[in-house]
Design a protein around this ligand. Structure first.
Ligand SMILES: Nc1ncnc2c1ncn2[C@@H]1O[C@H](COP(=O)(O)OP(=O)(O)O)[C@@H](O)[C@H]1O
Ligand SMILES: [Mg+2]
Length: 372
């Protein structure tokens, strides 16, 4: 249906805004948080059921079991915590949990719950069996956290009536419900809250083959013709992240429609990704800025995360949750007790000579790398 396709198109103006080639603009391609434009497209591309969710085999099987068992018992399942870097499918899985349980889902997030009262009003209006999705759960206030873990355990909240010395807490029974929490930083959750989740799934970066499946499906939904090699090239350069894969697909589609043959093929993929500063191994400008600062400004480290973040002009949390996990995973950066350190691969990727002392394991004698 052309209606479907143009609807998606409408919300998809990222390329125009990203056109000035600035650092910010490119960061948008891989941003942790989707803008409102992106949100509409992302929603349209989300798989709805567990069986349509490629990758994350372990988490998918475990979660499937938890949900199926609950369904057979006719009871609400344990609370579910999903952790992992942005764009790997936490929100998607939360929606899937509700769909598989055939229950409605209430969506809110840590930053939206600043007072315990905000949470009390959400909790006290939940229907039996309903799924409560708490995104960015690590950003809730302390008082709300406490109320939440008591509610998760006892299905009860204390509603405070009145103010000052005359205030009284009235316990309110809640029907059983299921919390699905999502966080990019599971380590920040206080232990009592973490312990209330009967199931924790940690999402890891995707294999290229899984990203290819996701991209082929997205191309179908976006109604853009795609060749296997084009899809494979995008998958290979998407940092193991479905959100990035889907965004790059849209940029390649844009390129193909304006300059190319209107289809996602190897040529269009290569040219569009170059235009948007996605390099051969899929690193974007933020990734490279981090590596560059680490190697050039701090001589390979060790350097503290916040210092590194200041050097690239980003929030510490962005560097920590968006850039670093993939750089560590791909072996460009290692975390040490004294700070972040560039590996040999980082120097090589930037085309820099690896310093003596700093990287003793290096095959130093290769004169080809000593040029600059
Ligand atoms: N396993 C997957 N299969 C297909 N699409 C996925 C998958 N995981 C994520 N996506 C897509 O990537 C985008 C971001 O996923 P999302 O669930 O919002 O990530 P998170 O909440 O972890 O940041 C969505 O558009 C979603 O459709
Ligand atoms: Mg999310």
């Amino acid at each position: 249906m052309s209606g479907f396709s143009s609807e998606i198109r409408l919300g998809d103006e990222g390329a125009e805004r990203a056109g000035d080639g600035s650092y910010e603009a490119t960061a948008r391609i891989v941003d942790a948080a989707a803008g409102e434009d992106d949100a509409a497209v992302e929603a349209a591309l989300r798989p709805r059921r567990l069986a349509d969710f490629p990758g994350q085999t372990k988490v998918r099987e475990q979660l499937g079991l938890v949900l199926e068992a609950a369904r057979r018992r006719g009871a609400a399942p344990d609370h579910v915590l999903l952790s992992g870097p942005p764009g790997l499918g936490k929100t998607t899985l939360a929606m899937i949990v509700a769909a598989e349980l055939e229950q409605p889902i209430r969506v809110t997030s840590g930053p939206a719950i600043q007072h315990a009262g905000d949470l009390a009003s959400v909790l006290s209006s939940l229907a039996e069996g309903e799924v409560l999705f708490l995104d960015e759960i690590h950003r809730m206030s302390r008082a709300a956290e406490e109320m939440l873990y008591l509610a998760m355990e006892d299905f009860r909240v204390d509603v405070v009536v009145g103010k000052g010395p005359g205030a009284t807490a009235i316990p309110l029974e809640l029907p059983p419900f299921t919390v699905v929490g999502a966080t990019t930083r599971a380590g920040l959750l206080p232990a009592p809250l973490r312990d209330r989740f009967g199931f924790t799934g940690h999402l890891d970066f995707y294999e290229d083959a899984d990203l290819e499946v996701i991209l082929a499906r997205s191309a179908r939904l976006l109604q853009v013709p795609a060749h296997e090699e084009g899809i494979a090239e995008i998958a290979r350069r998407s940092r193991g992240t479905p959100r990035i894969a889907n965004r790059l697909l849209r940029r390649v589609r844009d390129w193909a429609e304006v300059h190319g043959a209107g289809r996602v093929d190897l040529d269009a993929a290569g040219r569009a990704l170059a235009l948007f500063d996605v390099d051969e191994v899929g690193l974007d400008r933020l990734d490279r800025a981090v590596l560059d600062a680490l190697c050039r400004r701090f001589a390979g480290g060790p350097v503290g995360l916040s210092t590194l973040a200041v050097a690239v002009g980003e929030e510490t949390e962005t560097v920590e949750t968006v850039a670093e996990p993939y750089l560590v995973r791909q072996g460009y950066v290692s975390r040490t007790p004294r700070g972040r350190v560039a590996t040999t691969a980082a120097w090589e990727h930037l085309g820099l000579a690896v310093p003596e002392g700093g990287q003793p394991e290096l095959p130093w004698s290769d004169p080809g790398r000593l040029g600059d």
